[in-house]
Design a protein around this ligand. Structure first.
Ligand SMILES: [Zn+2]
Length: 232
């Protein structure tokens, strides 16, 4: 295996935190360098990932000066020696989070031809009136048939979880775990949690900041159970 092959899972794990190609915030679609040139950074606006392993990236450009301030302040947080690190491992699979998969019909509505609206005409005394209305067959959906359950269970993307008193979205935590799995690091180091600001997690030499959710809207949000280190 060449040196580069070894880097592929690390690069893939890092790119999980970029915006998808073609996203409106173009600068977020690939990793960039911190102002001091020591850190590679990527973000999609909800999470931010940092590493000093610059050899993972070719042709990486410096951060846009507009965004340098926020990036630099997070780097300061990561490097803060007073930051208390707790070593905890968690596994989302331990928390039930399944919903019925719903399949939406793909056939175009024969009445409105997928437009979702139909034209209504009314003959008045002296003239004809017409207007667009919601299609009565598909109710603006543009497709024919009713959504139905596939019979499969899938992870619910809107689910929230609590780690201690801090609320995170399933999407954010699942991505963190995917990152850990890609680089075969099950253990996630978790700093003191902040219910209002960025929370720092560590997977090998990747640092990942995740913004918490401000409210769980009164739901009964399940707690993530931590496994003891070394347990499988
Ligand atoms: Zn229709």
């Amino acid at each position: 295996m060449s040196r580069d092959d070894k880097n592929i899972p690390y690069r893939d794990a890092f790119y999980l935190f970029c915006e998808s190609p073609g996203a409106p915030r173009e600068w977020m679609t690939k990793p960039f360098l911190s102002k001091d040139g020591k850190w590679a950074v990527a973000t999609d606006g909800f999470s931010m990932i940092f590493t000093k392993r610059l050899e993972l990236f070719d042709d990486i450009k410096k951060v846009d000066p507009k965004y340098d301030k926020v990036v630099s302040s997070h780097i300061k947080e990561i490097a803060d020696p007073s930051r208390v690190i707790q070593t905890k491992e968690f596994d989302l699979e331990l928390v039930p989070n399944l919903m019925d998969e719903i399949i939406y019909p793909q056939h175009e509505c024969p009445e409105c031809h997928g437009e979702g609206e139909v034209e209504w005409e009314y003959s008045g005394k002296s003239r004809e009136y017409c207007s667009d209305f919601t299609c009565p067959v598909c109710d603006r959906d543009g497709t024919e048939g009713k959504p139905r359950k596939s019979g499969r269970q899938i992870p619910d993307p809107n689910k929230l979880f609590k780690i201690e008193n801090v609320i995170f979205s399933d999407l954010q935590l699942r991505r963190l775990l995917t990152c850990a799995q890609l680089i075969e690091s099950k253990v996630i180091y978790n700093a003191v949690l902040n219910p209002k600001g960025a929370n720092i997690f560590q997977v090998k030499d990747f640092y990942i900041l995740i913004m918490p959710m401000s409210t769980d809207r009164g739901q009964k949000t399940p707690q993530i159970k931590f496994k003891k280190l070394g347990e499988n």
